[in-house]
Design a protein around this ligand. Structure first.
Ligand SMILES: Nc1ncnc2c1ncn2[C@@H]1O[C@H](COP(=O)(O)OP(=O)(O)O)[C@@H](O)[C@H]1O
Ligand SMILES: [Mg+2]
Length: 285
């Protein structure tokens, strides 16, 4: 059975999607893992990073995105979701990356999400609206070593669906004051959700993103995070702020991960990040 890791943070723009994409690519290309990426964010950034906008549009028209899955859950008359057709095999614009699959997101999820919230509101005791993704992934869990779920920047119904399938979670954050605000509250909410659903979701680490070595504030905040005993573990590989990492958001072909992310420390940091997460996952999950 695959180990499932959700990427969460209540803040947008902190590197959740960039981290999830890189983790998936490095797990596959550098560590030989079979990876499924699940894009739960209606912003569809992970999807377009992995397959480009044109192919996303085609999938969306054919109903082969997660919008179809969730639409069916709120409207029994809607089209059925065919996971075999929705699964996109061997994605990523990097030639050296093999064995990364994707379940694509859709902008249509924004509206569908409201339907899920309404269901939950109408029947707070029902677990159905948070079981949608869980039931869909049930049959394919054995085909992967890792399933990485990129969540939107809130704790709405889509993120709860992501947490419902997760064995562990990571929290990417920029080491500044506003980005790190509220992390303990986020951890508590995950813990409560974990109790409520009766399955353990372990914290695998806080991932420092967009680190600027010239910034004394960044250094100070990281030291504070490392000392904070509410945070189980700050991953020692800090992802530097770099133009090449920012450029990785665009879907253009690359031969290798070093070319895509850059060889001036970025590749090494991302590789070490992946190694740490894999180690933590093997110990805790
Ligand atoms: N290490 C980095 N260096 C430079 N830019 C980055 C880095 N990580 C992310 N970015 C950029 O910052 C923006 C937000 O990142 P993203 O991963 O989309 O965050 P989130 O998913 O949390 O909203 C994007 O434009 C992305 O390309
Ligand atoms: Mg994102």
């Amino acid at each position: 059975m695959a180990r499932v890791i959700a990427t969460i943070n209540l803040k947008g723009g902190v590197g959740k999607t960039t981290t999830t994409a890189a983790l998936g690519e490095f797990m596959a290309a550098e560590f030989g893992q079979r990876v499924l990426l699940v894009d739960l964010d209606p912003q569809t950034n992970l999807t377009t990073m992995m397959i480009g906008e044109e192919r996303w549009r085609e999938l969306n028209e054919l109903g082969r995105t997660l919008a179809t899955l969730f639409h069916r859950a709120v409207d029994p008359d809607a089209d059925a979701f065919d996971i075999e057709k929705a699964l996109q095999h061997d994605v990523s614009p990097v030639t050296a990356v093999r064995g990364v699959d994707l379940l694509a997101s859709s902008l249509d999820l924004m509206e569908i999400q409201e339907g899920l919230s309404f269901q939950q509101y109408a029947d707070p005791e029902s677990h159905r609206p948070i079981e949608v993704l869980h039931s869909a992934l049930d049959r394919i869990g054995d085909d992967y070593d890792y399933i990485l779920v990129d969540c939107p920047p809130n704790l709405g119904m889509l993120t709860l669906n992501g947490l419902r399938v997760a064995d562990g979670y990571i929290v990417p954050t920029i080491p500044d004051i506003l980005s790190t605000y509220g992390i303990p509250q986020l951890q508590q909410r995950v813990e409560k959700f974990s109790d409520r659903t009766g399955h353990t979701i372990r914290e695998l680490g806080l991932v420092i993103t967009k680190y600027r070595s010239a910034s004394s504030l960044h250094r100070t905040i990281i030291e504070q995070l490392q000392r904070d005993d509410r945070i189980a573990n700050v991953v020692p590989a800090w992802i530097p702020e770099a133009n090449q990492i920012a450029a990785s958001a665009e879907f253009v072909p690359y031969g290798t991960l070093k070319r895509k992310y850059g060889g001036a420390g970025q590749f090494d940091a991302l590789r070490m990040l992946t190694e740490t997460i894999l180690m933590n996952a093997q110990v805790y999950l």
